[in-house]
Design a binder for this molecule. Structure first.
Ligand code: ADP
Ligand code: ASP
Ligand code: MG
Length: 436
């Protein structure tokens, strides 16, 4: 018999109705033995995810405001789910322990992690599966980097002891025993780690859309689903902002060559998207479009830049000294731009520019603020001539001004920068230009 790891996202676990759908999916296939869960998500438009409520608790504590009411809302959500599902699990001592830790000044990572912890307790009882905590199994080093091999060994040896188990997503432990979370959406990573640890045949990722769509459905509601896609293309899309799957969930699955299947909890009969190493995406020129807002671009021009040895190194050192991570460096012969996250340079742009002027003496240096990056991705792009021309023409005709272009050497990806306010319009135009 095969073995499947199934991760369910917040919307699949938001309330009793969703949890019943989830249980039906799990019991329909006895191969679904290891289940990874997120915290309860939004039940309706405008609702607040439990994870966000937990961060809010922490914010109250930090500002010396009463947090008890917010914490009670969280407790009530789990209690209501348990009652609704007829599950007998005693959460009261759990709440008490969390309260005590809150009062002792527990870290924001610890508090946030309790969302998946409590949910896994309730769901394990509901399914009659073992509860296996990821504390002590998902391991980070002292700097907070995931110890992927140590994690694999720990998870694998623990899970051998359990025929069927529910594990909380999103967190693990540091060497000092403190809880550390992944970045937002990180339960997807936990799912991939568990899939690798038990050598699953497939890693199913259950969410609220029928797979990866060619563009964000909030911008292009009729976006076509992608039936198969390669790990590489998917990583480009998720890194660039397609939030369906956390970009770091791909590596562990890829290491063990485990296909990832994105599925819809609300329409379980849909086959969703299958992600593998060799997948050939459709016969469309492009596989998908994804993007994110809020970057700043520092554009530098200097005569004879290309022949000035060490220019880029000096520039990168300046940014490193200001603790700024670089997203992209599109360059020409005598010009170069650095794309950075707006929040990374907030309050320091002028100092950075002064330093660049002082150390590199460029002819001009300009800052473009509030830029959105959009990636158009597809293996098919390199073999078709005129893809970039088609993209640029469509945007020009649609009245969108392109601030920056970066075409990677892989030729699988063209990234453009546009003003934040043109973001949605540009995605729509690119979609219409390439998808019939
Ligand atoms: P979960 O809570 O199950 O982890 P997420 O909210 O993290 O779910 O991811 C699913 C959401 O991702 C969808 O509801 C959709 O709004 C959004 N999304 C963004 N880009 C895409 C895309 N290209 N294809 C499908 N969904 C997308
Ligand atoms: N609950 C966490 C979040 O909202 C992790 C996850 O859902 O994957 O980001
Ligand atoms: Mg998610």
């Amino acid at each position: 018999m095969g073995l499947k790891v199934a991760k369910f996202g917040g919307s699949s676990l938001a309330d009793g109705i969703q949890l019943t759908k989830t249980k039906n999916i799990i019991t329909a296939d006895p191969e679904r033995k290891y289940i990874v869960v997120s915290a309860p998500g939004k039940r309706y438009e405008g609702d607040v995810k439990v994870t966000d409520l937990l961060y809010l608790c922490k914010a109250h504590i930090e500002n010396n405001l009463p947090y008890e009411q917010v914490f009670q809302v969280i407790c009530d959500r789990y209690m209501a789910m348990a009652v609704n599902l007829g599950v007998t699990v005693n959460l009261v001592p759990e709440y008490e322990k969390i309260r005590q830790n809150l009062q002792r000044g527990a870290s924001s990572d610890y508090i946030a992690s309790r969302g998946e912890y409590l949910n896994a307790l309730v769901i394990a009882a509901f399914l009659n599966y073992d509860f296996v905590d990821t504390e002590g199994l998902i391991l980070f080093d002292a700097k907070g980097s995931l110890l992927i091999e140590e994690t694999n060994a720990a998870l694998s040896s623990e899970l051998k002891k359990h025929k069927c188990a529910v594990l909380p997503g999103f967190y693990g432990t540091m060497p000092d025993g403190k809880i550390k979370t992944f970045s937002r959406g990180g339960s997807d990573i936990t799912g991939a780690l568990v899939a690798r640890a038990v050598s699953a045949d497939v890693y199913e990722n259950w969410t609220d859309v029928s797979g990866f769509l060619m563009a964000d459905p909030r911008i292009v509601p009729e976006a076509k689903p992608i039936s198969t896609i390669s790990y590489k293309e998917l990583r480009e899309l998720s890194y660039m902002g397609a939030s369906v799957l956390h970009e770091d969930a791909i590596y562990p699955a890829r290491l063990a060559n485990i296909p990832i299947n994105i599925r819809n909890t609300n329409i379980p009969e849909d086959e969703g998207t299958m992600i593998t190493d060799t997948a050939v995406s459709s016969n469309q020129v492009i596989t998908g479009i994804a993007g994110t807002k809020d970057f700043d671009v520092i554009a530098i021009y200097k005569n004879m830049m290309a022949s000035e040895k060490g220019f880029i190194r000096k520039l990168l050192t300046i940014l490193e000294d200001f603790d700024v991570a670089i997203e992209h460096i599109p360059s020409g012969i005598d010009n170069l731009s650095v794309v950075v996250n707006k929040k990374d340079v907030e309050g320091k742009v002028e100092d950075i520019v002064d330093e660049i002027r002082r150390k590199l003496a460029p002819e001009t240096i300009e800052i473009f603020e509030d830029v959105a990056l959009i990636a158009t991705v597809g293996h098919g792009m390199s073999s078709r001539q005129g893809t970039s021309a088609k993209l640029f023409t469509a945007l020009a005709e649609g009245g969108v001004n392109i601030r920056m272009i970066d075409q990677g050497a892989s030729e699988m990806n063209i990234i453009i920068g546009v003003a934040n306010r043109d973001f949605e319009k540009a995605v729509r135009i690119i979609y219409d230009a390439f998808v019939e």
